[in-house]
Design a protein around this ligand. Structure first.
Ligand code: ATP
Ligand code: MG
Length: 629
């Protein structure tokens, strides 16, 4: 089938389209109505239907593929690889579910999971899904304060934690953070279930509150726990957005719509079928981890590869070695991950047999053209940029090799995915922007299956955050975009990342793209800094591919690059070459903190900051003065 026809049908006949897609999963009770849309923008997909994510991800495959690998959990931090078949996964998840029940966790109760990228995190998520408990995974490595905020919002009956994560071979104890978070939280959970990896021997235990998973696992081993059949629109999980732009929002997901959307995305977008292997380098703490390390591949009956470790350890060939070892068909990573490899010898890309690998998907932030070229040539595979948000749970823009492979256009994440009725609209008039004209990317409601149903406990915030920007009612992505004559969409950055230079509105992304085209630049962040004369001026912070490269020359050339490509008005006022850029734990540039520092303001909430050194680098650079101005 052709892409256009497939997409058009999903928009023009949504009920027929999604009724068909819904057959890809098991229903305990079939839906009574495919779509109920009587209270816009709230909508209910597959109303009256009863199903279960864990059943679809695990039990359903026992008949045909019990001995096939379901999950491979590789840690180069601890030097361990665990190969888990569907049969073993079923056993582990049942045992974990029995432990949850013994701790009085039931349907609708929230469970916060604060764990590294290890198999037990997956067991815990699936066990919650099995009994109808609502998990909320908090990225391990978020600070105690972040964890406390999420605890108070989700009010969990149980917190599941590991003793420690590990990074670069160094154990990072989680227990002190858990204890601090429970002390700070207004509504701490009555129990903390500890998965002991032996990385932090002798961690402090709180009597009466902390329970040990290993002991309970032994006690409940072999128990079977019935699947809780949930109405399609009951909550399956909560996941807080990254918090790049402010206070994180508790994205609430449903059951049936999510399962159906993932099932579709697995074959249509990622081209993965039962029995094939998918390797996503994400963390279970992110949206990508939820959808494409856990639920998506397992619902599809595929093998999911989970990785704990750096992309460069023990050497920069590790990802490709994993692809070779497990015959990975589709890999999923982020532009940040690829830019880390870009600082290494490209020979690492060629050392392994990648004959099984067909696609590399990248998502999470803009994929600049030079990086897209570099990796495409380096591995000789199709690289597909895909755009989505925690809120949507699966791609909004991508290409669909499983339906019809359209040409890749570097710099664009491609075309609208099924069910997404997208528009680019003029911010001032609310009218649809002409092709090649910049506007805000919006989704015409109802949002397709899989997208968030609301903000947890806060319908008002859901409406205010996403649906209050334009009339009539549309979902605002809060990202700038343009659509070209072929319908390809280009993302130009967030609506709050716009600089106003002497009355000209410039997207930081466009300037970053231009700076990144300089061959020595590894990564660039552009911000608007207050200026008496012009209102704002663009300022660049960049890292170089070769540490110790000639900073002043490169900085001068970056300014010229921008003037040449975008015009003198976009010419950066100052360029600072730094050793590292401040990013969130999910690898996104913290532009608001950069901007605050450059304007001598307080950098604000730094709890999502990944590497404090990066901020110090910026402070030092600002004190030292620009490399070109
Ligand atoms: P918060 O909403 O809390 O500020 P966040 O927006 O960083 O955090 P996510 O949901 O993880 O949280 O990120 C989604 C955003 O990431 C998108 O809105 C977009 O700005 C950016 N993004 C994701 N994928 C792409 C892509 N392929 N190209 C360009 N931008 C992307
Ligand atoms: Mg966002």
């Amino acid at each position: 089938m052709r892409y256009e026809e497939f997409h058009r049908r999903s928009i023009e006949q949504p009920e027929a389209f999604w009724a068909e897609q819904a057959r890809a999963i098991d229903w305990h009770r079939p839906p009574e109505r495919i779509l109920v849309y009587d209270d816009p923008p709230f909508r209910r997909w597959f109303a009256g239907g009863e199903t279960n994510l864990c059943h679809n991800a695990v039990d359903r495959h026992l008949e045909a593929r019990a001995d096939q690998l379901a999950l491979v959990a590789i840690s180069t931090e601890t030097g361990t690889t665990r190969e888990i078949s569907y049969r073993e996964l079923h056993r582990e998840v049942n045992t974990f579910a029995a432990v949850l029940r013994a701790l009085d966790v039931g349907r609708g109760d929230r469970v916060v999971i604060y764990m590294p990228n290890i198999a037990e995190a997956v067991f815990a998520m699936l066990a919650c899904a099995r009994i109808g408990a609502v998990h909320s995974v908090v990225f391990g490595g978020f600070a105690a304060h972040n964890l406390a905020l999420r605890i108070d919002d989700a009010r969990p009956k149980l917190l599941i934690a590991a003793d420690a994560g590990s990074r670069g071979g160094k154990a990072i104890p989680y227990k002190p953070l858990v204890d601090a978070a429970c002390a700070e939280a207004g509504t701490p959970p009555p129990h903390v279930l500890m998965v002991d990896r032996g990385l932090d021997p002798g961690y402090a235990r709180v009597e009466g509150r902390d329970v040990d998973y290993a002991a309970l696992r032994e006690r409940h081993a072999g128990e079977q726990v019935d699947v809780a059949w949930l109405e399609s629109n009951e909550p399956s999980y909560l996941l807080y957005t990254s918090g790049t732009t402010g206070k994180p929002k508790g994205v609430q997901r449903d059951v049936g719509g999510y399962a159906v959307a993932l099932a579709l995305s697995m074959w249509a977008i990622y081209d993965v079928r039962a029995g094939q292997a998918m390797f996503s380098t994400s963390d279970v703490g992110w949206a990508v981890g939820h959808s494409y390390n856990v639920y998506g591949p397992l619902i599809a009956g595929a093998t999911s590869i989970l990785y704990e470790g750096l992309p460069t350890a023990p050497d920069p060939g590790i990802w490709w070695r994993i692809c070779e070892r497990y015959g990975v068909h589709t890999m999923f990573s982020s532009p940040t991950g690829i830019r880390v490899l870009k600082k290494q010898d490209p020979a690492w890309l060629k050392k392994h047999d990648l004959s099984a690998l067909r696609y590399l998907f990248l998502a999470g932030e803009p994929l600049d053209e030079p990086t897209a070229h570099w990796i495409t040539e380096g591995i000789g595979k199709t690289v597909i940029d895909n755009y989505w948000q925690t809120e949507t749970g699966w791609p909004v823009l991508a290409l669909m090799p499983g339906v019809e492979m359209k040409p890749v256009k570097f710099g664009s994440p491609g075309l609208p995915m099924p069910g997404y009725d997208l528009r680019v609209i003029d911010e001032a008039t609310g009218e649809e922007a002409a092709p090649n004209r910049k506007g805000v990317l919006v989704i015409e409601p109802p949002l397709p299956p899989g997208c968030m149903t609301t903000v947890w406990n806060d319908d008002a915030r859901f409406l205010r955050s996403y649906f209050s920007h334009f009339k009539p009612l549309v979902y605002s992505s809060l990202d700038w975009a343009i659509r070209d004559d072929d319908g390809y969409t280009f993302i130009l950055g967030r609506t709050d990342d716009v600089i106003n230079v002497a009355g000209h509105r410039l997207g930081t992304r466009e300037i970053e793209e231009s700076v990144s085209s300089h061959p020595d630049v590894a990564e660039a962040a552009v911000i608007g800094v207050r200026d008496e004369l012009k209102g704002q001026v663009p300022v660049v912070f960049a890292t170089l591919r070769q540490a110790g490269g000639e900073a002043a020359t490169a900085a001068r050339e970056m300014r010229e690059c921008v003037s040449r490509q975008l015009g003198a008005v976009a010419r950066p006022a100052r360029v600072y070459v730094v050793g590292a850029l401040p990013k969130t734990r999910s690898g996104k540039l913290l532009r608001r903190s950069l901007q605050a520092l450059a304007e001598q303001r307080d950098p604000g909430d730094l709890s999502t900051l990944d590497d404090p050194n990066a901020l110090e680098e910026v402070r030092r650079a600002l004190a030292r003065g620009a490399d070109a101005e």
